[in-house]
Design a binder for this molecule. Structure first.
Ligand code: HEM
Length: 153
């Protein structure tokens, strides 16, 4: 990993949480059985909705933790020293959208919560489309060799 103006562990935890969320998110759509991933030794769990659903929540908590660390550091210290790159800014917006739409999906899943079906469908599509856009933007940042969100001013 290229030298960053902030600790490497933050990037590593973020990349791990995002990759794990992308994987467990996809496994919540019934892809694992359809594409025989469940037949691969050690991968049978990918077909169990409740396991991947719980894992998605655990990795979401990890992502929220790393976001909390970054936001606190940003306001305490980094905002005078660092500036977001254009692709960094785009990804901040996408991650924010994923967290908000993910949170709304969690809320929708609570017992006794009934929401307008159009609203529920919109939130589902927003979460899925942002996931796809995030994949494209993250790939573009990797190819352009500017995967760091921020650089020194
Ligand atoms: C705080 C962060 C997040 C929360 C709370 C969250 C929560 C959820 C919930 C509740 C579901 C629906 C499960 C169901 O009932 O079917 C879901 C689905 C999904 N999530 Fe997340 N999520 C978060 C972040 C992410 C991120 C960062 C990604 C991608 C990198 C992602 C990718 C997906 C995908 C692909 C699906 C399945 C497709 C869909 O139904 O929209 N999620 N998420």
């Amino acid at each position: 990993m290229k030298a960053r103006p902030y600790s490497a562990w933050i990037s590593r935890v973020y990349i791990f949480a995002m990759a794990a969320l992308a994987f467990t998110g996809m496994m919540q759509m019934p892809l694992a059985k359809r594409y025989y991933l469940t037949e691969v030794p050690g991968m049978a769990w990918t077909g169990d909705f409740f396991i991947v659903h719980k894992l998605h929540y655990i990795f979401a908590a990890l992502l929220l933790f790393v976001i909390g660390v970054v936001v606190a550091n940003w306001f305490l210290e980094w905002r005078d020293k660092l500036t977001l790159t254009p692709l960094g800014m785009a990804r901040v917006g996408i991650v924010a959208g994923l967290v908000i739409s993910g949170g709304l999906r969690v809320y929708r899943g609570l017992p006794d919560v009934t929401l307008d079906p159009i609203f529920v469908l919109t939130v589902e599509w927003v979460h899925l489309v942002l996931f796809m856009i995030m994949g494209g933007v993250a790939l573009a940042a990797l190819i352009k060799r500017c995967s760091a969100f921020a650089q020194a001013r």
